[in-house]
Design a protein around this ligand. Structure first.
Ligand SMILES: Nc1nc2c(c(=O)[nH]1)N[C@H]1C(S)=C(S)[C@@H](COP(=O)(O)O)O[C@H]1N2
Ligand SMILES: [Mo]
Length: 197
């Protein structure tokens, strides 16, 4: 990022304070995908929230774009130890999407086109901390980074930010998703180093 391309050394200490324990800074944007990159046209794209009683609310691409859109400026932290500071995104807040959804669930299973899943407690999806994001750095989100849209939950390790997200299934227990079944922590707070179980 421009802020770090100049005077990186002198900013080192300042940046360290922004780095969770065990993380290092990267200027690149690594691609980490467990499988091939699905290609979803926005005309076919749909996002759904299914509650524990089976009530389904869905948004087309057009309907998503008509909702209030946030400019997001945030750091991201991958469990493989890279962090990227000051990334810029645009997306719709999960608060907006969950507003009309009546539920007593405590958790959501995020589902992606391609089959990836990850569990996120609803408390982490609410409060202006989670988005369905479709722009990165002023451009449409690239397919390898989850375009047309991905979940963005930057206060948790980046595996929670499901790429090619297609919906949430609300659940009464915080059941584990793909990586969580394979040893990753159920929650994944980078500041508490919740990497594995
Ligand atoms: N659908 C899907 N989402 C995913 C993944 C994946 O394999 N499939 N990998 C996760 C992991 S482990 C990380 S670190 C980030 C990587 O996002 P990036 O490739 O845009 O850097 O996406 C997360 N979301
Ligand atoms: Mo990751």
């Amino acid at each position: 990022m421009a802020e770090f391309s100049r005077g990186f050394g002198s900013r080192r200490r300042e940046s360290d304070a922004q780095l969770p324990p065990g993380q290092y800074l990267t200027a690149d944007f690594p691609v980490l995908s467990a499988g091939p990159t699905p290609r979803i046209a926005t005309e076919e794209w749909e996002f759904s929230v299914v509650t524990e009683t089976g009530q389904t609310t869905s948004w087309s691409w057009e309907q998503l774009q008509a909702l209030p859109i946030d400019d997001i400026h945030t750091d991201i932290h991958c469990v493989t130890r890279w962090s990227k500071l000051g990334t810029r995104w645009r997306g719709v807040s999960l608060d907006t999407l969950l507003e009309g959804v009546s539920t007593t669930a405590v958790s959501a299973m995020a589902h992606s086109y391609g089959g990836y899943t990850t569990n996120v407690p609803l408390v982490d999806l609410r409060g202006g901390r989670a988005w369905v994001a479709f722009e990165f750095d002023g451009a449409p989100l690239a397919p390898e980074h989850g375009g047309p849209a991905r979940l963005l939950v930057p206060h948790l390790y980046f595996w929670k930010s499901a790429k090619w997200v297609r919906g949430l299934v609300l659940q009464e227990r915080d059941d584990p998703g793909f990586w969580e079944q394979n040893g990753y922590n159920l929650h994944g707070d980078p500041w508490r180093e919740e990497r594995y179980w």
